[in-house]
Design a protein around this ligand. Structure first.
Ligand SMILES: [Ca+2]
Ligand SMILES: [Ca+2]
Length: 93
C-alpha cells in the first residue's frame, strides 16, 4: 500500500511538471479559463472558437495576451479548435 501511494505521488509530481498542464498561466489566468470567471466551461470554449474564427478570417482578434496564453491549452503556440475541444473535455469531467 505504501508503495502504491509513493507511485501515485510521483505520478502527481510528474503531471504537475508537464508544461501546459492545467496550472495557472504565468499571466494569472488558469489554462482554459479564458474569461477569468474561475470556471472552465462551454462559454470559454465558444470564446476560443470565436477568436479562432476571427483569426482565420483575418478579422480583428480581441483576446489580451493573458487570454491568449490561457487559451492555448495544449501549449502548441497556436489557438485553434483543438484548444476549444480540450476546454470542453475539461468542462465535462
Ligand atoms: Ca471561464
Ligand atoms: Ca493550442
Amino acid at each position: 500500500m505504501k508503495k502504491l501511494i509513493s507511485v501515485l505521488a510521483s505520478l502527481v509530481m510528474l503531471v504537475s511538471l508537464v508544461p501546459g498542464g492545467l496550472a495557472a498561466s504565468a499571466a494569472g489566468l488558469q489554462k482554459g479559463d479564458v474569461d477569468g470567471d474561475n470556471n472552465i466551461d462551454a462559454s470559454d470554449a465558444s470564446k476560443v472558437l470565436l477568436e479562432y474564427a476571427a483569426a482565420v478570417n483575418g478579422d480583428e482578434t480581441t483576446f489580451t495576451a493573458e487570454q491568449s496564453a490561457a487559451t492555448d491549452v495544449n501549449s502548441d503556440n497556436t489557438v485553434d479548435a483543438s484548444d476549444a475541444s480540450l476546454i470542453l473535455f475539461i468542462y465535462r469531467r
